[in-house]
Design a binder for this molecule. Structure first.
Ligand code: SF4
Ligand code: SF4
Length: 342
């Protein structure tokens, strides 16, 4: 059944959740952020949206400016706003740690966002029942929903809520916390929490860092090994390798993964196990698309739904042959769109 699709990833959360979030000093030479003028607007929808705009908040969930997103949602009238406090990457815990250490402020930000968007309900999404118990101990009033442990959890959660008749909208944990700070303390979004992990660093940690801090600074704080061969930001599933470690942390950076061995790139022929099909949350059959695109004259009719691909890479992660199915589907979608076939 499509709702149960996705792929189970080996979770390695404990190492970075064992310690409290570490506050990384601001690198020398980085200019002090300019304080915002005190907020004067009323705390109605317009006032909350204005505070988000003044604070320059970007939602790490989708990289969109929070004020613009809330304005759009106000028009779309969602039933529910969901705070995304789960991490899809196997090594990343920045959203979980942020919720654990700021539960009350997170709830306050969520209530503000729901008010700004005109949504009657709000819920905090966490990955597992175990995590829900941790949060309920901190705040028994927290209204929680489980996103589950299968990847891509955010897509599967959206499907689950949609199937239950809920028209929900999603906002990231860092953005909601920044919204509370913007409204309560007139603070701009100057900081974010990033997980540093991977076998290339001695200490796996969540660190609260100034946005704009170079990636190298975070790696050094976690005692990066000289044997590190590749550094990935974004996610170890869909993230991109970075070669220039002077690149800054942005509001959307969730993790920095340092690896001593580059991810395998050896591929083998398809063995027809159909794991890719079971993993896809969009009802695409990647192995069939692969077969078709490799044929002498690919027929677009035999590649249904490829344009619905969201690039989550669940199929590629599930594939025991190491085939880059994400690229295959993307190629098929481009081929279909081009109309360049008989
Ligand atoms: S990358 Fe595309 S084809 Fe692969 S699992 Fe995700 S949605 Fe499905
Ligand atoms: S998971 Fe890989 S090997 Fe299995 S059917 Fe899909 S493409 Fe073929």
């Amino acid at each position: 059944m499509i709702l149960q699709r996705g792929v189970k990833l080996e979770q390695q959360k404990t190492a970075s959740l064992r310690h409290k979030i570490k506050i990384l000093p601001v690198p020398e030479g980085m200019a002090e952020p300019k304080p915002l003028p005190p907020r004067k607007d009323k705390l109605d929808a317009g006032g909350i949206i204005a505070a988000a705009e003044a604070a320059g908040i970007v939602d790490e969930f989708d990289g969109v400016a929070l004020d613009k997103k809330m304005k759009r949602l106000r028009r779309l009238k969602p039933d529910m706003i969901v705070a995304c406090c789960f991490d899809e990457d196997p090594c990343t815990t920045s959203a979980m740690a942020t919720l654990r250490e700021n539960t009350h402020a997170m709830i306050a930000g969520l209530v503000l966002a729901a008010r700004a968007c005109g949504a009657a309900e709000n819920k905090i999404a966490v990955a597992t029942a175990k995590e829900a118990r941790v949060i309920r101990k901190i705040n028994p009033q927290a209204d929680l929903i489980l996103a589950g442990e299968r990847y891509p959890a955010r897509v599967l959660l959206k499907r689950k809520l949609y199937a239950s008749g809920k028209n929900a909208a999603y906002i990231g944990a860092q953005a909601l916390l920044a919204l509370t700070a913007a409204v309560d303390d007139s603070e701009a979004q100057n900081f974010t929490v990033v997980t540093v992990a991977g076998d290339g660093v001695e200490h796996w940690r969540n660190m609260r860092v100034r946005i704009g801090t170079p990636l190298q600074f975070l790696l050094d704080a976690c005692e990066v090994s000289e044997k590190t061969k590749v550094v990935i930001t974004g996610s170890s599933v869909t993230g991109k390798a970075v070669t220039d470690l002077s690149q800054p942390v942005t509001a959307a950076t969730r993790c920095v993964i340092a690896l001593k061995k580059p991810p395998r790139n050896k591929t083998y022929p398809c063995i027809g196990c159909e794991k890719c099909e079971r993993a896809c949350p969009r009802g695409i059959v990647p192995w069939r698309v692969l077969r078709e695109i490799q044929s002498a004259s690919p027929d677009p009719v035999r590649m249904p739904n490829v344009q619905k691909c969201i690039g989550c890479s669940a199929c590629a992660v599930a594939c025991p042959s190491g085939i880059d199915l994400t690229a295959v589907i993307s190629k098929a979608a481009a081929y279909k769109k081009s109309g360049d076939f008989d």
